[in-house]
Design a protein around this ligand. Structure first.
Ligand SMILES: [Zn+2]
Length: 649
C-alpha cells in the first residue's frame, strides 16, 4: 500500500495512498472518487438488492400507501413508468397557477405553497428548536438560497466563467422548451436578490416574534395568505416564530412585496425546475446537467439509470430504505465493538481535557457531564428510541412514514406530495417540547453531531471497509472508524458546539477565562492552516476551523483511547508500535480521494471541510507518536518543531 517514492515526512497522505491514486479512476459520472465513494458504491449494491426485490405496483390517483412495502412498490412503478411529457404537464399546471395569480394575495399564497413543498424560494421555512427556555420547537423563517452562489451574480468578472454561461443557457433552454417567456427574467430577479443577500447583515442574529406580531414586524406582507398557502391555517397566530438573520429576511420579503408578479413567478419557477429538470425532456435535462454537474463539479456524463433510481429513492423515502438496509446490515458483534470503542473514546476525551488543567473546575465538571450525557446512535437512528445502539428492526413508528398521496402519472407530483407530507409532519411538533429523535438515513456514508441534542450518529453506512473491517487490527479500526467517532465527539467542543451545554441548551457555560483560552487555541489553528496553499490557493483556516479542530481533537483522543486499551491488554512495545502505525495508516487511507479540478475549486471556496490531503498532512505532524514511528526527520517538509505544534485545550 505504501510507496518508497514518497517518504512519510514529504507527504504522508501521498506516501500511504500513492499507489491507490495511480490505480483509481474517477468514473465519468462522478466529480470525485475516494474511500467514501468506494463505500457508497458498495452500499448502493445493497439498496439495489432491496429495490430489485420490490415488485412494482401502480397506485390509483392520490392513493396513500398503507404499508412501507407499498411505498416502495408505488414509487418503483412511478419511477419506472415516468415520462417527460407527463412530468411537464404537472410543471405546466403549477406555472399555470402562478401566471393566473391576479393579485398580491394570490401570489403570497403561491409563495407559501412553494415553501410548504420544500422548493427553495426567497424564504426558507423550517421547524427548529428555540434558543432559550422553554426550548420548544418553533416555526422558523430564514433567507432563501439562489441557484448559484451569490458572488456569481454580484461580480461581473465571473460572467465569463463556464458556470455563469451554463446558468444563462439553462434558464434560456427551460424558457424556450417549456414555452415560458417570463422565465428568462429569473436571471434579473436573482441578480436583484443577490444584491440583497450579499449586502452586510448579522447572519447569526435572530428575532423571536409571536405569530400575531409578524404583521407588526412587516405590515406590507400578506401573512395570512402566505401561511395558508403553506397549509398552516390559523394556529400560526398563537405560535412563537424565530426569524433568522432578520435584517436580510425583511429586505427579501420587502422585495417580494414590491416586485412585479412575473419576476416572482420567474424565480419560483426556476427554483422548482432546479430540482426537477432532470426528469424533463432531454434538452432541459441536458442543460441542467451542464450547469449543476458538468460546470460546477466537472462530471462528464449523467449517472447510470440504476444509480439515479437508487439516489432518487434514497432522497424521497430514506426512512423506509433505512429499515430495509438495517435488516441487511444488523450485526450484534459490530454494534458491541463500536459501542465499546465509543465508550473508550468518551473516557479518553474526559481524561484529555482534565489533564490540560486549563479549564476552570466548574467548566470541567460540565465538560464531563456533557460527554457522559452525550447520546450515541450506532447503526440506525432507531425510530422511536434513539438510544445507544438500539436497532430499528421491526419497530417502525407510524409517524416516521409519510401519509403522502401518490400519483401514477407524475414522479414530480409524487415527490412534491412526499415533501409536503414531511413538512406537515415536522409542523406537528411546533409549540411542543423538543423532539429528541433524529431522522438520519442509516445507509449514507457520513456521521453527524447535533449540538442542540448533544447526540451523534454513526450509521451503518459508514461502518464499512476500509473504515471498519472485522478482521483488521484494533489500531486500524481506531484510526478509521474511531477517529470518526472522535471527530463527531469533538464537535461538541468546537466554536459552535461549545455554545450548547450538556442538555443541548444554547447557554454560556464557560467562564470568561476558559472562553478566552479556547479562542486563543483556535486562533493558532486558523493561522496554521492559513499558511498553506493548495494548487496555488491559500487554505481558508477560518472557514474550515471547526472541521479541522474536530479532525485534530478526534485523532488525539482516539489515539489516547487506543493506547489505553493496548495497555490494558498488556501489549508489548513492538505490538504498540505496530498498532499505532496501523492507526495512522488507516486514518490516511480513509481520506484517500481523487477529485476533478472543477470540484476541487468548488470545494475550496464552499466547503467547511479541508481537502482530503490537508486533513491528513496538516493534522498528523502534530503527533509525536507519528514522528517517532514513521521516523520523521527535522529536515522533512512535514516536520513541525515541538514548540510550534497545536494543542487541544
Ligand atoms: Zn465534522
Amino acid at each position: 500500500m505504501t510507496s518508497d517514492a514518497f517518504k512519510p515526512g514529504d507527504g504522508f497522505y501521498r506516501h500511504i495512498n500513492h499507489k491507490w491514486m495511480e490505480r483509481a479512476k474517477i468514473p465519468d459520472s462522478r466529480s470525485e472518487y475516494g474511500a467514501f465513494d468506494e463505500i457508497k458504491m458498495e452500499n448502493d449494491k445493497k439498496i439495489w438488492s432491496i429495490l430489485e426485490s420490490t415488485k412494482e405496483k401502480a397506485p390509483s390517483v392520490a392513493e396513500i400507501p398503507k404499508s412501507h412495502k407499498d411505498h416502495l412498490r408505488f414509487y418503483k412503478y412511478i419511477w419506472t413508468h415516468r415520462d417527460a411529457d407527463r412530468e411537464e404537464l404537472f410543471i405546466k399546471s403549477i406555472t399555470g397557477q402562478l401566471l393566473a395569480c391576479c393579485n398580491d394575495h394570490e401570489m403570497a399564497r403561491m409563495v407559501g405553497w412553494f415553501c410548504g413543498s420544500m422548493v427553495s424560494t426567497f424564504i426558507d421555512v423550517d421547524v427548529e428548536e428555540e434558543k432559550r427556555s422553554p426550548y420548544y420547537m418553533r416555526n422558523t423563517l430564514s433567507p432563501g438560497k439562489l441557484t448559484l452562489p451569490v458572488r456569481y451574480y454580484n461580480r461581473k468578472s465571473l460572467h465569463r466563467t463556464p458556470i455563469w454561461l451554463s446558468y444563462v443557457s439553462y434558464v434560456r433552454t427551460c424558457s424556450i422548451e417549456l414555452g415560458l417567456p417570463y422565465l428568462y427574467k429569473a436571471i434579473e430577479a436573482e441578480t436583484q436578490l443577490a444584491a440583497i443577500i450579499g449586502s452586510p447583515t448579522n447572519e447569526d442574529a435572530f428575532k423571536e416574534r409571536h405569530g400575531e406580531g409578524l404583521k407588526a414586524w412587516l405590515p406590507e406582507f400578506i401573512w395570512e395568505e402566505f401561511l395558508n398557502g403553506m397549509g398552516l391555517e390559523s394556529h400560526w397566530k398563537q405560535h412563537m416564530w424565530i426569524l433568522n438573520d432578520p435584517t436580510c429576511l425583511k429586505r427579501l420579503m420587502k422585495w417580494v412585496c414590491h416586485a412585479k408578479a412575473d419576476m416572482i413567478a420567474a424565480v419560483l419557477t426556476l427554483h422548482m425546475l432546479n430540482g426537477t429538470a432532470k426528469y424533463l425532456r432531454p434538452a432541459i435535462s441536458q442543460a441542467s446537467f451542464n450547469l449543476f454537474r458538468r460546470s460546477i463539479l466537472g462530471e462528464r456524463s449523467p449517472a447510470p439509470e440504476k444509480t439515479r433510481f437508487i439516489d432518487d429513492t434514497s432522497d424521497s423515502l430514506p426512512e423506509i430504505l433505512c429499515e430495509e438496509f438495517t435488516k441487511i446490515e444488523y450485526s450484534k458483534k459490530k454494534l458491541s465493538q463500536i459501542m465499546d470503542m465509543t465508550h473508550r473514546i468518551k473516557e479518553a476525551a474526559v481524561e484529555t481535557m482534565r489533564e490540560s488543567q486549563i479549564l476552570a473546575k466548574r467548566t470541567m465538571s460540565q465538560v464531563v457531564e456533557k460527554i457522559h450525557r452525550m447520546k450515541v446512535t450506532v447503526g440506525s437512528p432507531s425510530v422511536g428510541s434513539p438510544s445507544v445502539g438500539s436497532p430499528s428492526v421491526g419497530s417502525p413508528n407510524d409517524n416516521e412514514v409519510t401519509d403522502a398521496p401518490y400519483y401514477p402519472d407524475s414522479l414530480i407530483q409524487t415527490k412534491f406530495s412526499i415533501y409536503n407530507a414531511k413538512i406537515r409532519r415536522k409542523l406537528k411538533d411546533v409549540g411542543k417540547p423538543v423532539n429528541r429523535g433524529v431522522h438520519y438515513p442509516c445507509f449514507i456514508v457520513n456521521a453527524s453531531y447535533y449540538e442542540e441534542k448533544n447526540h451523534f450518529i454513526i450509521p451503518w453506512g459508514i461502518l464499512q471497509a476500509p473504515f471498519y473491517m472485522e478482521g483488521k487490527s484494533l489500531g486500524w479500526n481506531y484510526g478509521g472508524t474511531g477517529s470518526t467517532i472522535g471527530h463527531e465527539l469533538t464537535h461538541a467542543f468546537d466554536a459552535e458546539g461549545s455554545e450548547y451545554n450538556a442538555h443541548g441548551k444554547f447557554r454560556r457555560w464557560w467562564t470568561r477565562k476558559d472562553r478566552a483560552h479556547f479562542k486563543n487555541q483556535t486562533r493558532k489553528m486558523v493561522q496554521f492552516f492559513n499558511k498553506f496553499t493548495h494548487c496555488g490557493k491559500h487554505l481558508d483556516g477560518e472557514k474550515t476551523l471547526s472541521e479541522n479542530w474536530a479532525d485534530f481533537g478526534g485523532l488525539l483522543i482516539t489515539l489516547r483511547a487506543l493506547k489505553k486499551v493496548l495497555g490494558e491488554r498488556g501489549a508489548t512495545e513492538a505490538e504498540v508500535k505496530k498498532e499505532i502505525r496501523d492507526f495512522f495508516t488507516s486514518y490516511a487511507v480513509s481520506w484517500r480521494d481523487r477529485l476533478r479540478k472543477r470540484a476541487m475549486e468548488y470545494k475550496m471556496t464552499r466547503s467547511v471541510h479541508s481537502l482530503a490531503e490537508d486533513r491528513v498532512d496538516r493534522i498528523v505532524p502534530h503527533f509525536q507518536e507519528w514522528v517517532d514511528i514513521f521516523d520523521i526527520k527535522e529536515s522533512d517538509p512535514l516536520f513541525i518543531p515541538v514548540k510550534d505544534r497545536l494543542k487541544f485545550f
